[in-house]
Design a protein around this ligand. Structure first.
Ligand code: UDP
Length: 408
């Protein structure tokens, strides 16, 4: 039997998109960190933007010679119910933060700290779930809190509670300047990015797209309007359905809502169930974990929608824009940094606006194509993984210069 050759995409593969100079620069910077050991900790291995970014970022870092690992929190359903409530409260939702909830939260984090030996040069903790881990270690190097959530308007109480942990970190990374908090330590702002070589984003042949859509019995006789998102109220799937129903009065099309259920999001199945009554021949609601299906849908869609009402960044927007899709996004958070309204997509603030833009785009193929081309160029310039990896390398290097790492 022929021996299989394994290979992951390296920074050289990005040359076609970012040029040889940038590739060389990144390789050179990474060389200075070649004996570094870095750990990332988050709360799910699939199903949302954070795991998507970590999957690609850790591989690219390792391919550059920087030893970068990824640990995932283990917790009971009760723990994840509490952390999802915290997540919602950080985005402005309500929470009754009882002593019991705080105790369960902190106890499970302690158990995770006992089983995870984090003696790395740098530890990067993602989002609020693993935040208190920092209390249980003797630091060997900087600990960084990377929060992917829109922190601009947290509900009262939650931020005061979490602040005691946040303040123990050496730096905080947020997605946008507008999420800046009042903190004593440094704050950096890194927007997320996509991996153009992953199954989710790589080129697909028309036959491959047809095969995936056929496999899930998605009809392709009418233009597709697509939203790919966790089943989460902040993604406003109800609003998408209402906008679609309005648009349907003027144009014939099919709606596909695809959502996976992340292990750290116990609300997903409930939101999914609540949408079932809307299913019809032209409203297709699917829950599958299939990256190639996401890729196929974003490529074949006449219109991609991401009608969020809160969105830290919204990686699905960059993913769809990379495929040359015309995207209609909610005018919130990180979506506003990706879509320039009327240029490379549309921003909308209501169901009526979303419906009108769906109609306009379904009717106008030329507009879709022009917007899609500009959208792809935006992602090439700003949202490829090499940009994000270089930001991390620069930050690690700055720490190496300023932080006395014992034993170094
Ligand atoms: N995603 C997926 N399958 C789904 C729904 C979402 O693979 O059915 C992925 C999506 O492609 C993207 C990520 O989950 O990579 C969602 O990231 P985003 O930043 O848009 O939202 P989050 O879920 O992190 O709030």
């Amino acid at each position: 039997m022929e021996k299989r050759r394994f290979r992951i995409a390296g920074v050289e593969d990005y040359e076609q998109y970012i040029g040889a100079k940038a590739v060389e620069r990144i390789i050179k910077k990474a060389k200075n960190l070649s004996d570094f050991h870095i750990a990332n900790v988050n709360s799910t291995y699939y199903g949302g933007g954070v795991s998507e970014i970590l999957a690609s970022k850790t591989l690219l870092m390792n391919s550059l010679g920087i030893k970068t690992g990824w640990r995932v929190l283990h917790g009971s359903p009760e723990f994840f119910t509490i952390t999802k409530k915290m997540h919602n409260a950080l985005q402005g939702g309500k929470i009754n933060l009882s002593k019991r909830k705080m105790q369960i939260f902190e106890d499970i984090i302690f158990e995770n700290a006992v089983r995870n030996h984090l003696e790395h040069d740098i530890v990067v903790i993602h989002d609020p779930q693993p935040l208190p881990m920092v209390e249980h270690y003797r630091k060997r190097g900087p600990w960084i809190w990377r929060c992917h959530i829109d922190l601009s308007n947290p509900s009262r109480g939650i931020w005061d509670y979490l602040l005691r942990f946040v303040e123990k970190y050496d730096a905080v990374i947020l997605s946008l300047e507008e999420y800046r908090k009042r903190l004593a330590g440094p704050q950096l702002f890194f927007m997320p990015a996509i991996n153009p070589f992953s199954l989710k984003n790589r080129e697909l042949k028309e036959e491959e797209i047809d095969e995936r859509l056929k496999h899930y019995r998605i009809p392709t006789d009418l233009p597709l309007v697509v939203q790919v998102s966790r089943f989460d109220k902040w993604k406003d799937p109800e609003g998408v359905i209402r906008a679609f129903k309005l648009a349907q009065k003027e144009v014939d099309c099919t709606l596909v809502l695809l959502g996976s259920v992340a292990t750290d999001d116990p609300e997903g199945p409930m939101v999914y169930e609540s949408l079932m009554g809307h299913r019809s021949e032209r409203i297709i609601i699917l829950s599958h974990q299939d990256s190639v299906l996401v890729n196929a849908l974003q490529r074949r869609a006449a219109v991609v929608v991401q009608k969020s009402t809160r969105e830290g960044f919204g990686l699905t927007v960059a993913e769809a824009m990379w495929k040359g899709a015309a995207v209609i996004g909610g005018n919130v958070g990180g979506i506003r940094c990706q879509i320039e309204d009327g240029v490379n997509g549309f921003l909308v603030s209501s169901i009526g606006e979303a419906a009108a833009r769906i109609v306009q785009l379904v009717k106008n193929k030329r507009l879709r194509k022009e917007m899609g081309q500009r959208a792809k160029e935006t992602v090439r310039e700003k949202f490829l993984m090499t940009r994000l990896v270089e930001q991390y390398i620069d930050m690690y290097s700055a720490f190496e210069a300023s932080y006395r790492l014992p034993g170094r």
